[in-house]
Design a protein. Structure first.
Length: 258
């Protein structure tokens, strides 16, 4: 256990819990920039911490009936394969290149979120009028596509797949909004586990660091969630753009630890 990592992750977990974000990119960025954790080890740790987080959140949404089980299963199963393949490629990629690629994708993530928030269609869906999927089996190729792409990105770049899965479900398949968050969260449980396992197989997951991150993030997120029942919508929107943007900046400017 590393007390300093616990404290920093607790401080990060409070606002993320308040806003309902996982903040995987911020976890990786802080581990690399502040604690000089090697890039691959930071990525493996971040994916492991995501698994610990989404298990609880995903199960909670499942019990509340906010999970489309068929869609989540398809995303989870194919996403597991994508994450494992992505982790394999990440282990074979140099730390400096991997860090820059992740930063670039996070910048793209921030831009996509910004443009999405300015799209009137998003605000209609956000209000709860997104149409349901009428034939989930017929639309399986779309769900499988979301799973394999987001799973690979998660394993390769060590970033959270939840925002990308949510975007895909909203903009491509447009399932009921009340199930988008729960389905995305539940669907990436196996994805994050698969990526973490692949990094662990490559010797890039430290149990002590992982425990420090999980303890700090979990307690901070729990406290943050208790501070408010609902964050102001403008703050949530700002966080959707700022979270990947800040993570990208940290990864791009951080020197590669020896």
């Amino acid at each position: 256990m590393n007390p300093a990592i616990c404290v920093v992750m607790f401080a990060l977990g409070v606002p993320l819990g308040f806003l309902g974000f996982a903040g995987v990119a911020l976890i990786s960025g802080l581990l690399i920039l502040v604690f000089q954790i090697p890039v691959h080890l930071a990525y493996g740790t971040a994916l492991g911490s995501v698994f610990a987080t989404v298990v609880l959140g995903g199960w909670s949404h499942y019990r509340e009936g906010n999970v489309d089980r068929l869609v989540a299963t398809e995303i989870a199963l194919i996403g597991t394969l994508g994450a494992y393949a992505g982790g394999t490629l990440a282990l074979a990629t140099s730390a400096s290149l991997l860090k820059l690629l992740t930063g670039a994708v996070l910048l793209l993530n921030a831009l996509v979120m910004y443009l999405q928030l300015r799209d009137p269609r998003f605000h209609k869906m956000e209000s709860g009028i997104a149409p349901s999927s009428r034939d989930p089996w017929r639309e399986s190729p779309g769900y499988l596509g979301i799973g394999i792409v987001t799973g690979f990105m998660s394993g390769f770049l060590g970033i959270g797949a939840v925002p990308w899965v949510q975007t895909g479900l909203l903009m491509l398949k447009r399932i009921d909004l009340n199930k988008v968050i729960g389905t995305a969260l539940f669907g990436v449980i196996l994805t994050s586990l698969s990526g973490a396992i692949r990094f662990a197989q490559g010797g890039q997951l430290d149990i002590g660091i992982l425990a420090s991150v999980v303890l700090g993030m979990s307690s901070g997120s729990y406290l943050g969630a208790k501070l408010t029942n609902r964050a102001p919508i403008w703050l949530v929107h700002a966080g959707m753009v700022a979270t990947p943007l800040i993570g990208a900046i940290m990864l791009i400017v951080a020197p590669v630890p020896e």
